[in-house]
Design a protein around this ligand. Structure first.
Ligand code: HPA
Ligand code: ZN
Length: 339
């Protein structure tokens, strides 16, 4: 077998974690149309092909415009369950053993869908995946950064009866013009409640936004973080704080964060000693799930077996799963790579 084939089969077989995944970004067009019909919602696109043809983005905002339209078909608990379960089935078949999922409650509350409907649908699917396959999970409630801090505070109040189902808080949506410092107070309130915190930073926004994620939000990890590489002092600080970067290769390509997969900085991140991980972000929109992201790196960059191993290891070590589960998965990863 040539090297690409060997690495591809290793990537597919290895136990993987997904640490950066928006559940609303897993909407496959077929399922979106089926739910639109079930709920009598009119989509802007008439056919699946017409919708797919719209998946050409030049930046984050292009994508977000479509993403918010897509989620408009989610109305009932069963819709959130079905969406989540379809994603979990898919990644279970790809040897993903642990997922950390974002959801965007404000994107649904604004359409009159209550919090309980959303979280119960998602949570029941996560619970079923654990009982069926032993797949573990964490749930991250994300604030939409194009909205105000006041709106984030209101969302936190609404979420309070459900905090036993929520492990962490994230910050997503349109980055440029909405720096992390806009949300300093609400993230402090979240940390005081014992929640972990993470934020999208340095996807399109400048290194200054990543500094703010560190110093004002006091993140436990950084989502994307690509533009942190522009600032040497920032790289040093991220390493000092041992923060993970949840990197999303196919997303970066689709949203023009990188021009060519060949130039993706993930290998450079590893060389610099940063804890990079591989994730899919919004797989239904960006052309692939976990294995596709690894395959793209294998086929387009000169990634080595050691780097592949390091990425998978980072994914387990840097996740928010229990230590005993981490040890068990690291052991099976070791035996696969050292066989
Ligand atoms: N970036 C910011 N916000 C998002 C994304 C993303 O890639 N996906 C869904 N919301
Ligand atoms: Zn994201």
């Amino acid at each position: 077998m040539n090297n690409t084939k060997t690495l591809t089969s290793l990537a597919k077989a290895m136990p993987k974690t997904e640490l950066h995944l928006h559940i609303e970004g897993t909407f496959e067009p077929d399922q979106m149309f089926a739910l639109a019909q079930r709920n009598n919602v009119q989509l802007k696109y008439k056919t699946v092909d017409e919708l797919k043809a719209a998946y050409q983005f030049t930046n984050l905002q292009d994508f977000l415009d479509l993403y918010y339209q897509g989620m408009s078909v989610l109305l009932k608990e069963a819709d959130f369950y079905d969406l989540t379960m379809a994603y979990l089935e898919k990644v279970h078949s790809e040897n993903v053993i642990h997922v950390e999922i974002f959801f965007d409650p404000q994107g649904h509350l604004s359409r009159g869908v209550d919090f309980e409907t959303q979280i119960h649908g998602i949570h029941k699917a996560l619970r079923d995946a654990e009982s069926k396959w032993g797949m573990t999970s964490r749930l991250i409630m994300s604030f939409l950064r194009h909205l105000s801090e006041e709106s984030a505070f209101e969302t936190l109040e609404i979420a309070k009866p459900f905090l036993h189902l929520i492990d962490g808080i994230g910050l997503d949506s349109s980055e440029v013009g909405h720096p992390p410092e806009k949300f300093t107070n609400v993230f402090k309130a979240c940390r005081d409640l014992g929640l972990k915190v993470t934020a999208h930073a340095g996807e399109e926004g400048p290194p200054e936004y990543v500094w703010q994620a560190l110093d004002t939000i006091k993140v436990d990890r950084i989502d994307h973080g690509n533009r942190a590489l522009e600032d040497e002092n920032l790289i040093t600080e991220i390493k000092k704080r041992e923060l993970t970067l949840t990197v999303c290769p196919l997303s970066n390509l689709k949203l023009c964060v990188v021009d060519d997969m060949q130039d993706h900085p993930i290998r450079k991140m590893l060389t610099l000693g940063l804890k990079a991980t591989v994730n899919s972000d919004d797989p239904a929109y960006f052309g692939g799930y976990m294995n596709d992201n690894y395959v793209a790196l294998i086929e387009k960059t000169q990634i080595t077996k050691e780097e592949l191993f390091q990425l998978a290891k980072n994914g387990i070590e840097c996740s928010w799963m229990d230590d005993s589960a981490k040890q068990a998965h690291l052991k099976s990863l070791d035996s696969l790579f050292l066989a």
